[in-house]
Design a protein around this ligand. Structure first.
Ligand code: TTP
Ligand code: MN
Ligand code: MN
Ligand code: MN
Length: 371
């Protein structure tokens, strides 16, 4: 779909949290190119350039139509000379030579391949690349390499977990988690977060928030859920991290500190046979099941709104919410709190809307946060 002409540019904010970005992206040809450049800079640890390309892509994603000439982007924020020259190449030739050079680069290809394995980050990938390894079989046959449990699981289920998760599969997993939490505690609260809450059709995993209204009771929730999934025989991998969240230690935590809530990164065995409509297609192969990545996070109930906002994403939307809070409001926002530095107080919130209100922002629905 081509959509309408892009909006008059004066209305586009530099902050993603002041833009509405649906899952419809009319400018994928440009944003895909920017993502390659961003990844390439990320792998070389040029954080500034990486973020610049992610910001530029995010601005293009909110446009209601295809960019047809450089005039269409005049006045838009976050688009510098480098991004414009890439766009110019694509407008003129249908492709960017700079992007093609990266895509055909051996180091880029190898690091992308290695980091596509669950449990392998840029550091490990770089180490293996420097050791002269270029393929999975190079890694798996190299006697000096010791894979940790996460990486072993990553290779074991590589095909399954690199295949996109569908909405129907996300729903099926939602039912499994829902049944498990409510069997443990009937008043449990369960919410879908991440990309599927933003209305995406596909994801790399499925993210959920689980908690209970009774403060403190949430501490045993994830371990209990994990036990149940294990008993049901569907737990293929579990990395559980207990909560280290302590409100009395705030706000001494650093800006954009890691999420401190109890959480677990799981791989579950999802049976494909009952996926709705009986049209399983990619949902199921000959085994009748697939491995799927699932993230569960369990904040105390009084932190629920902050956790929900923080885990719904997109990552760019989150980055800009924090940046906006800090530079436009002298507040500090993270997954746990909103702190007003001028008043020296924490701001309470029971809904995401409360947080937008505190920040003086118009409410942006989850499906408009695909920045
Ligand atoms: P992801 O699941 O990585 O991303 P996504 O759901 O937007 O997209 P995908 O389809 O690829 O899964 O993360 C979801 C959000 O959770 C993201 O905004 C970042 C946030 N998050 C944290 O806040 N803390 C964490 O420790 C992790 C892993 C994610
Ligand atoms: Mn996700
Ligand atoms: Mn992701
Ligand atoms: Mn996730």
């Amino acid at each position: 779909p081509e959509g309408a002409t892009p909006t008059p540019v004066a209305t586009v904010s530099q902050y993603a949290c002041q833009r509405r970005t649906s899952t419809e992206n009319y400018n994928k040809i440009f944003t895909d190119a920017f993502e390659v450049l961003a990844e390439s800079y990320e792998l070389s640890e040029f954080e500034g350039q990486c973020l610049a390309f992610r910001k530029a892509a995010s601005v293009l994603k909110c446009l209601p139509g295809v960019v047809r000439c450089l005039g269409d982007i005049r006045g838009l924020p976050c688009l510098g000379e480098h991004t414009k020259s890439i766009m110019e190449d694509i407008l003129q030739c249908g492709r960017s030579f700079e992007v093609e050079k990266i895509l055909s680069d051996e180091r880029y290809q190898t690091l992308k391949l290695f980091t596509s394995v669950f449990g392998v980050g840029p550091k490990t990938a770089e180490k293996w690349y420097r050791a002269g390894l270029r393929s999975f079989s190079d890694i798996l046959t190299e006697p000096s390499i010791h894979l940790n449990r996460m990486q072993q699981t990553g290779f074991l289920h590589y095909k399954d977990i690199s295949r996109a998760v569908s909405k129907a599969e996300a729903r099926a997993l939602g039912n499994i988690i829902d049944e498990a939490v409510h069997a443990i505690t009937p008043d449990a609260v369960l919410a879908l977060t991440g990309g599927f809450r933003r209305g995406k059709e596909f994801g790399h995993d499925v993210d959920f928030l689980v908690t209970t209204p009774e403060l403190g009771r949430e501490k045993s929730l994830l371990p209990d859920i994990i036990d149940r999934l294990k008993q049901d025989g569907i737990l293929l991998y579990c990395d559980y991290q207990a909560s280290t969240f302590d409100i009395s230690k705030l706000p001494s935590l650093r800006f954009e500190a890691m999420d401190l809530f109890a959480k677990c990164f799981l791989i579950l065995r999802l049976k494909g046979s009952k996926v709705e409509g009986g049209l399983n297609s990619a949902a199921e192969d000959h085994r009748g099941w697939r491995a799927v990545r699932v993230d569960l996070v369990s904040p105390p109930m009084d932190r629920y709104a902050y956790a929900l906002l923080g885990w719904t994403g997109s990552r760019q939307f989150e980055r800009d919410l924090r940046r906006f809070a800090r530079f436009e409001r002298q507040m500090r926002l993270d997954n746990h709190i909103l702190y007003d530095k001028t008043k020296n107080e924490f701001l309470a919130a029971t809904t995401e809307k409360d947080i937008f209100d505190h920040l003086g922002l118009e409410y942006i629905e989850p499906w408009q946060r695909n920045a």
